[in-house]
Design a protein around this ligand. Structure first.
Ligand code: AMP
Length: 302
């Protein structure tokens, strides 16, 4: 089962109440691939600038990612800079520099037209649409987006949503996109825009699945030490998609495997906030994944 992703590969400057890190490895596609892990062997479509470190590409390859769709262009890599509030949850974007993404024309290798699962990670929706058009018959299409694209490229976003099976957004994005405060109403509005299922991430409060026939609320794992939550949402997506691919679901499947995938996403995301950048994902071991899954299941038992 093949997974294809398009999204940012970036350098992030992150300020927390305790520390500031300059140009650390980030990007939605980066976190997604590392979280999905080697067995998933994600096919990546993206662009990096001439400042993108060879070591960082190697790190992704070592985790099983296929970078045949990653172009190197002359210019700067995508750079995002953000500052976290005292709660380590709320954050302000200080800068979004598209760099080489501004003129990116994605080329999906012909052999990837057969991709089964497509994750349209957070990036300009016109780029998401071009990549999706290059895949012949995906079993499942999942899309993530954010306030910047909802505000500035709403028409492009609305144009692609009818081809999306699962929308994965955080609570404020769901409200912004739908114009509804109630998350149940927001999910219903989003269903009307195309996606039959909606996953709403709520940071340290967990995530909700509005499925076709059921709703599931999953708490987040309780982490004693939060250092840098950047990338937790994309890592949720990586764990979620890898689980769906492993279970071989398609858009006609019932809610059950999607509910299972919510747990995998929650566990994958939990490795991110305890360290800066991708460090927590790199330290993840199969034993610790199993332990956290057991803790999560225990938290959900009445
Ligand atoms: P998350 O914390 O999961 O929401 O994702 C944070 C990652 O998204 C960072 O590594 C950024 O590089 C990347 N990012 C932030 N803003 C954007 C944007 N407008 N488009 C694409 N990627 C972005």
């Amino acid at each position: 089962m093949s997974i294809l992703v398009v999204g940012s590969m970036a350098y992030d400057t992150v300020e927390t109440p305790r520390e500031r890190r300059e140009r650390q490895l980030g990007g939605a596609a980066t976190f997604f691939c590392l979280a999905a892990g080697a067995p998933a062997g994600v096919r990546v479509v993206a662009v990096v600038g001439d400042d993108f470190r060879e070591d960082d590409l190697r790190l992704l390859r070592d985790c099983g990612s296929d970078l045949a769709g990653v172009e190197r262009a002359s210019g700067c890599s995508f750079h995002w800079s953000g500052r976290y509030h005292d709660d380590f949850i709320e954050r302000d974007t200080l800068a979004t520099e598209l760099g080489v993404f501004a003129s990116f024309e994605p080329r999906v290798p012909a052999a990837w037209a057969d991709s089964d699962y497509v994750f349209l990670a957070n990036i300009h929706p016109a780029l998401q649409a071009r990549v999706l058009a290059a895949v012949t018959a995906p079993k499942l299409v999942v899309l993530d987006t954010m306030n910047l694209w909802i505000e500035t490229t709403r028409t492009d976003l609305l144009a692609i949503l009818p081809r999306v099976d699962v929308l994965l957004v955080n609570d404020s994005e769901a409200r912004q996109l739908s114009g509804e405060r109630s998350l149940a109403r927001a999910a219903a509005v989003i269903n009307g825009l195309g996606p039959a299922r909606v996953v709403i991430k709520k940071g340290e409060h967990g995530a909700l699945l509005f499925g076709r026939d059921s709703v599931l609320a999953v708490p987040a794992l309780i982490l004693p030490d939060v250092v840098d939550p950047t990338g937790a949402g994309d890592s949720f997506a990586g764990g979620f998609m890898a689980s769906l691919a492993e279970q071989g679901v398609d858009r006609t499947t019932g809610d059950k495997p999607f509910r299972t995938a919510m747990l995998a996403g929650t566990v994958a995301a939990s490795f991110v906030p305890e360290h800066f950048s991708v460090e927590g994902l790199l330290r993840r071991t199969p034993a610790e994944v199993a332990r956290r899954l057991a803790v999560l299941r225990e938290m959900m038992v009445p």
